[in-house]
Design a binder for this molecule. Structure first.
Ligand code: SRM
Ligand code: SF4
Length: 572
């Protein structure tokens, strides 16, 4: 049902729309080009489709210049992202990912900001075997990237209460039910037989249609008081409402997103806005109809303005709400009260329901690897071999060893100690509250380092932190290698966006609970100036803060950031 009054923007469809239209439901010529042995890469059109299968063609940027000099093609390799609703993986699945990273990847796993695994460095000829092994472990990579609904996140510690377990089931259901229906993935990677007849569009993709969405679409569910998933950064966020110990429903927030482009005022991070309350059984219907609004009215001409946040801003929040209610055939209830404390993780051992334990491990930059003096990957592998609960990948790039029985806790703790695995308590709370996107060398869009640099920058910031007695102060700090915002920089109390090698825009003033965006403080500065700025602001915070005042609030009260607090004014 398309509203005759509302309109999608005019303008010729972007090239990606053509690629999708001509792709026969995401098949393109992927099956053939993956078999071609002449190049380790694939053509651009197929790479656009590849995303819908959970993968990107990349090249190792550390080797780019050297290979160019030698007149070699770039060091092509694939990144592969798993669909892992709510970030939950069985120990057997952890072991498969661990093994595949060594066998076909670069020997490491990246735990992403959307609670899943990424592998890097897979060669074209190994892609099919890798995807098949992932499939055999009962995981998949369908819709992990691309113009579809992505991995559905939820607050990570489901065993703290019955509510978390219930919410995880909803996240899983949304992720499964909103999957594309095309059999392209099964045919290309899993050798499923092609069906001879050409079915009707309604049969192939009843929700998405042949063009899928104008852009990626993200859903996350938060369980207050934790806002670990940054619910206001989601295209569609749900906030669990618990009354008398029971999950009664969810507040609905629409139109959040983090990405922007340097110097382009038509692009900006945006907070999702709460439009009402729905009961649990209405969740899927709300998600479905919100997605179809974006399908019908999103911008298919200009991809930079194609996210749902721009559709909401263009049509107006009230109009989108009314359109949603018209499609649902019923009205949303008034939003209910809720309160968030933080958007970070809680580390260490915590006892949950049914006497089960969980241990949240600090994984700096989300990179699971064996470092010279820290055998993190091996330690987690040994734990996975004996663990009978599960692993929970968090939206802060950490991992929870979850659902540990009291009997197993001793053994797991021994392994934690044997491998020196850390809950991060020996580090500053600032480091524990850090996130960095992948950036160089694999990300083709990176303008500066992030994951490889932030730990070294924090070594230096820690000197200021320690000198001012701020070691236990949880200040969220986030760095991205470009303005796309993969580490949700705009919701870090201190944020950095890469501009060029060694240069960053510095942002301050986001709320500790993820409810207010940050604002630019300094443009295009290097390490010396970053440290000079923080060398002035952090001591002021130590001396002048009010009791319990978070850093993000302080910089606004102290006039360091002149921002209104409605969270709408984030601009370069
Ligand atoms: Fe992201 C593109 C990595 C979470 C906004 N993101 C990319 C690509 C695929 C680069 C590309 O298009 O060529 C990066 C791959 C790098 C690599 O080498 O692995 C990439 N994004 C990541 C991850 C791995 C960062 C991390 O270190 O954890 C995260 C994977 C999430 C997942 O498991 O699905 C990741 N990306 C995010 C988030 C955070 C979130 O979703 O909570 C955002 C901001 C939220 C949002 O979407 O608004 C985000 N990524 C983007 C954008 C900007 C989209 C936009 O609105 O303009 C791009 C660029 C694009 O899509 O064109 C992008
Ligand atoms: Fe790459 Fe930019 Fe995302 Fe970082 S923020 S992973 S540099 S796209």
């Amino acid at each position: 049902m398309v509203n005759q009054i509302l309109k999608a923007p005019d303008g010729p469809p972007s090239d990606v729309e053509r690629i999708k239209r001509e792709s026969n439901y995401l098949r393109g010529t992927l099956a053939e080009v993956m078999q071609d042995r002449i190049s380790a890469g694939i053509p651009d059109d197929d790479n656009r489709l590849m995303k819908h299968h959970g993968s990107y063609l990349q090249d190792d940027r550390d080797l780019r210049n050297e290979r160019q000099k030698q007149k070699l093609e770039p060091a092509y390799q694939f990144m592969l992202r798993v669909r892992l609703p709510g970030g939950v993986a069985a120990p057997s699945q952890w072991l498969v990912m661990d093994e595949l990273a060594d066998k076909y990847g670069n020997g490491t796993l990246k735990l992403t900001t959307r609670e899943t695994f990424q592998m890097h460095g897979i060669l074209k000829w190994n892609m099919k075997s890798t995807i098949q092994a992932i499939h055999e472990s009962l995981l998949d990579t369908i819709a992990a990237c691309g113009d579809v609904n992505r991995n559905v996140m939820c607050t990570s510690n489901p065993y703290q209460s019955e509510i978390h377990a219930e919410v995880y089931e909803w996240a899983k259901k949304l992720s499964d039910d909103l999957l594309p229906r095309t059999r392209a993935y099964h045919e290309i990677w899993l050798d499923e037989e092609k069906v001879a007849s050409t079915p009707e569009v309604e049969e192939v993709e009843p929700m998405y249609g042949p063009l899928y969405l104008p852009r990626k679409f993200k859903i996350g569910i938060a369980v207050p008081p934790e806002n670990d998933i940054d619910v206001f950064s989601q295209d569609l966020g749900f906030i669990a409402i618990v009354e008398d110990g029971k999950l009664v429903g969810f507040n609905v927030a629409i139109g959040g997103g983090m990405g922007m482009s340097h110097g382009d005022k038509a692009t900006y991070p945006q907070l999702g806005k709460v439009i009402g309350f729905v009961q649990p059984h209405q969740l899927y219907e709300v998600a479905y109809n919100t997605i179809t609004i974006q399908r019908d009215y999103g911008n298919r001409s200009e991809r930079k303005n194609a996210r749902f946040k721009y559709t909401v801003d263009r049509l107006g929040l009230q109009t989108v709400k009314e359109e949603l209610e018209a499609r649902l055939g019923w009205k949303l209830d008034e939003a209910r009260e809720y309160h968030f404390d933080r958007n970070g993780d809680r580390y260490g051992w915590v006892k949950g329901i049914q006497g089960k334990w969980q241990f949240t491990l600090f994984v700096e930059g989300g990179r699971v690897a064996d470092f010279d003096d820290y055998k993190l990957k091996t330690g987690l592998r040994e734990i996975a071999k004996v663990h009978t609960g599960d692993f929970r990948l968090t939206s802060n790039q950490n991992v929870i060893i979850a659902n540990v029985s009291s009997q197993k806790k001793k053994k797991i703790n021994e392994l934690i100690e044997q491998y020196g695995l850390t809950d991060g308590k020996q580090y500053s709370a600032l480091r524990r509250s850090s996130m960095a996107c992948v950036a160089l060398p694999t990300c083709g869009l990176a303008m500066a380092e992030a994951e490889r640099y932030l730990p070294r920058l924090i070594d230096k910031i820690d000197e200021i932190v320690d000198a001012n007695g701020l070691r236990d102060e949880e200040i969220t700090i986030r760095m991205t290698g470009c303005p796309n915002g993969c580490a949700r920089h705009a919701l870090g109390e201190i944020g950095f966006i890469g501009k060029s090698p060694g240069k960053y825009n510095m942002y301050l003033g986001a709320a500790h609970d993820g409810s207010r965006l940050s604002k630019m403080h300094r443009e295009n500065i290097g390490e010396d100036e970053i440290l000079k700025e923080l060398g002035e602001i952090l001591p002021r915070y130590a001396k002048e803060r009010e009791e319990g005042e978070h850093f993000g609030d302080f910089v606004i009260r102290a006039g360091i950031i002149k921002a209104t607090t409605d969270g709408t004014n984030f601009h370069e």
